[in-house]
Write a new protein. Structure first.
Length: 141
């Protein structure tokens, strides 16, 4: 794994990404995300915990939009995602939420949490799994 991004699939099935702050990490993020989406069954929701609290040099919004759109074209039929983003306080969430709403298909869900809300983020992902009625995903609790 690169020094820009730490990735693991947790025992509970959540795909955890931690941007380390040593660089951009976007190339690695999109490469891993592409692999995950290509390998996953279409109807099985995928769960992501993305921690961006350790700083780093992130791509401009326009570049992120372009990369997500390219991924949508590359994999038009894909599993729905549930994403909890751990962010530093003070992030412009209105802009971020607007971006997410624009990019994400109707089946995807994203919610933002501060670092002290990590356990709430994990609980939200578990609750999303229960609401989706998926029998193979993350256990609640």
């Amino acid at each position: 794994m690169s020094s820009n991004l730490y990735y693991q699939q947790r025992p509970d099935g959540i795909h955890e990404f931690l941007f380390t702050g040593r660089g951009n990490g976007m190339d690695e993020f999109f490469a891993i995300l592409t692999d995950i989406l290509q390998a996953a069954p279409r109807r099985q929701p995928l769960y992501y915990l993305v921690d961006v609290t350790h700083g780093g040099k992130f791509a401009p919004i326009a570049e992120l939009v372009k990369r997500f759109r390219r991924l949508q074209v590359q994999i038009p039929e894909r599993a729905p995602g549930r994403t909890a983003i751990i962010h530093a306080p003070g992030v412009l969430l209105t802009l971020a939420n607007m971006l997410i709403d624009t990019l994400a298909p109707g089946e995807d869900r994203t919610r933002f949490f501060t670092p002290d809300q990590r356990e709430q983020a994990l609980a939200w992902l578990a609750a999303q799994d229960e609401a989706a009625g998926d029998e193979t995903g993350i256990p609640g609790g």
